[in-house]
Design a protein around this ligand. Structure first.
Ligand code: PLP
Length: 392
């Protein structure tokens, strides 16, 4: 069949919005106060977002990168400390640590889940390690049980980079119930969004309640909530979310669960279909993941080179698929080396991260809006991938 004659698939758009966002925006507007100290949208969103994730508290901030930075800071990360991050992630994971003057130490991911590798983390711990950052890649989890044990044994806290993991569950436990801080992003492409935005969630416990208090101060220029005398007890910056964003996010949160239900139906179907295509290996899901929000549909084409992979992505896009090349290994970007980086060369890091080296060249991802499409469209996607790959 002539591919050109075939209409491009029409997947649902992203972001999605409706009357909930419209009323929310009007509500925020009519409050007459548009910052969190004067209005109630951010406070209410914090309550709702914490409850949704089984957390004691949530603190909305300007974006996900700031959420990571703030969480790391309250964990004691700063100059002279190290943070272990996966080498395969979006660069914010390491940038957040580096902005605090800490050394970001990239370690390898597993070849199947693309999440941080437990043994690699263990090998990278030094007396300076102050935090371990598992990134829930595309909504999947690393071995969270193994990481929790390692954290307890080593005394190094975990910080979940949950930028892809709104609504995710590990063995029935939500992100806020995993006994560590978690940072979320609400950037335009994320699973719920206000264009930009982020949040740190804090689990139950006195220790975490204190961290929340510190984070609140630091995210508001070190100023207590009720201060009228410019008493800046701690240092900080302005990471406050505005009222409009929170109003939109409350509407987005109300839709999250049903969207995950749809993706939890479509993703296994599509993954199964992709797995039947010779040469294609979809991202694997640890069987202890009980709810996967599916931020991306990721798959590898082991053995393909980076150039061919990029060409393939272009061809998939021409056929109407929102397809993208995977993240680069973080140590293969100039920016990584501009600030605190390990005393190792790129080649030395690459030798330590063989899975990352392969994945960043052979992996492709599809936007999650495809997974809100019809069952028929999952077959269509698999056909396009199969045809395009066969033609290449
Ligand atoms: C999007 C993202 C972030 C950062 O979020 P922003 O809101 O864009 O600052 C952090 N980590 C990962 C893995 C991300 O994908």
């Amino acid at each position: 069949m002539n591919a050109d004659a075939r209409p491009l698939p029409e997947f649902p758009v992203w972001p999605q919005f409706g009357d909930e966002e419209r009323t929310g925006l009007a509500r925020a507007l009519e409050q007459g106060q548009w910052w969190r100290m004067g209005g109630s949208e951010v406070d209410t969103f914090d309550r709702e977002f914490a409850d949704h994730h089984g957390a004691a508290q949530s603190l909305a901030v300007t974006n996900g990168t700031h959420a990571l930075e703030l969480a790391l800071q309250v964990l004691g990360v700063g100059v002279g400390t190290e943070v272990i991050v996966p080498a395969f992630t979006f660069i914010s994971s390491s940038q957040a640590a580096q902005r605090l003057g800490a050394v970001a130490v990239p370690v390898d991911v597993t070849p199947d889940t693309y999440c941080i590798d437990l043994a690699a983390v263990e090998a990278a711990i030094t007396p300076r390690t102050r935090a371990i950052m598992p990134v829930h890649m595309a909504g999947h989890f690393a071995d969270m049980d193994g990481l929790a044990k390692l954290s307890e044994a080593s005394g190094v806290p975990l910080l979940q980079d949950a930028a892809h993991a709104h609504g995710a569950e590990w063995r029935g436990r939500r992100v806020g119930e995993l006994a560590s801080l978690a940072a979320f992003s609400f950037q335009n492409g994320k699973l719920m969004t206000a264009g930009e935005g982020g949040a740190v969630v804090f689990p139950e416990g006195e220790k975490y309640a204190e961290m929340y208090q510190e984070a609140f101060l630091r995210h508001s220029c070190g100023r207590p909530r009720t201060d009228r005398r410019y008493l800046h007890g701690t240092s900080g910056s302005n990471f406050r979310m505005n009222e409009f964003s929170a109003a939109v996010l409350r509407a987005q949160l109300s839709r999250l669960a049903s969207q995950i239900d749809t993706r939890e139906l479509r993703a296994p179907l599509l993954s199964g279909l992709l797995a039947e295509i010779p040469g294609v290996v979809p991202q694997a899901r640890d069987e202890r993941v009980t709810r996967d929000p599916h931020y991306m549909m990721m798959f590898r084409i082991p053995g393909i080179d980076e150039f061919k992979r990029n060409e393939l992505v272009d061809k998939l896009m021409e056929r109407g698929l929102p397809a993208f090349a995977a993240f680069r290994a973080i140590y293969r970007s100039q920016g990584f080396w501009e600030t605190a980086a390990p005393e190792l060369t790129v080649d030395e890091l690459a030798a330590r991260c063989p899975n990352t080296e392969a994945i960043y060249k052979d992996c492709i991802w599809l936007h999650h809006r495809t997974l809100l499409g019809t069952e028929g469209q999952m077959h269509e996607i698999a056909e396009i991938v199969a045809d395009t790959l066969a033609a290449a």
